[in-house]
Design a binder for this molecule. Sequence first.
Ligand SMILES: C[S@@+](CC[C@H](N)C(=O)[O-])C[C@H]1O[C@@H](n2cnc3c(N)ncnc32)[C@H](O)[C@@H]1O
Length: 238
Amino acid sequence: MSIVSHAELDKQTVTKAYDRWAPVYDLVFGPVFERGRHAAIAAAERIGGRILEVGVGTGIALPHYSKNCRLCGIDISEPMLRKARERVTELGLANVEGLWVMDAEDMSFPDASFDVVTAHLVVTTAPNPEAVLNEFARVLKPGGEIILMSRVGAEAGLRRSLEHWFQPAARKLGWRSEFPFERYTRWAGQTRGVRLVESRAVPPFGHFSIIRFVKDGGAGAVRQDAAQEAYPALRAAS
Ligand SMILES: C[S@@+](CC[C@H](N)C(=O)[O-])C[C@H]1O[C@@H](n2cnc3c(N)ncnc32)[C@H](O)[C@@H]1O
């Protein structure tokens, strides 16, 4: 039997929350996260190739990728994904290969399917973020990158207390207010073949970060160099 506390997230709550957000999502969460999304897209385009956007939502980021990238998207909420499909049709986004209702914790793609797995504002909304990250690593090709645009919770102080206080309400809205950066470092430390190579703050408020992981084993010398350059930026946002 699983017991879900008043502050934890469960799949049904998350799905229902985003089903409700779908009609107004772009209005509420569009412009405020635009710069963060653009930074994540730029990082993904450095790698290029076949890109999976997990938690693609209403497809708000899709028109901004280069036409050379092949895009796939998944989301757990059918109403959010319906908006994404409408957007793809309306804008004639020929580089979108497919959009599927699928759970990030249990994806039906074969191993090593994508050059990049990216997720904007998704990992902290997942009931089991580490299981989601494991799936990202599984479907990623060796040499590829996981690129997140994600909230990073405070580790101490007033913001930490406020995030803790707000967590029960955040759960109903479909996300976590508490999410220490240490969860990412711990996951990378425990996951063979995956290295955390960058974390840098992006707007708004510096509470969000671009977080990059590289999956070892690829031939990409350029990527290795870029990863090493980025190392000093590690934990800049935490
Ligand atoms: C905060 S929204 C972000 C949407 C979009 N990526 C953006 O930049 O605005 C989180 C999205 O993740 C989706 N999501 C949450 N948990 C998921 C899961 N386990 N599998 C797939 N999608 C999930 C939600 O349905 C929602 O569309």
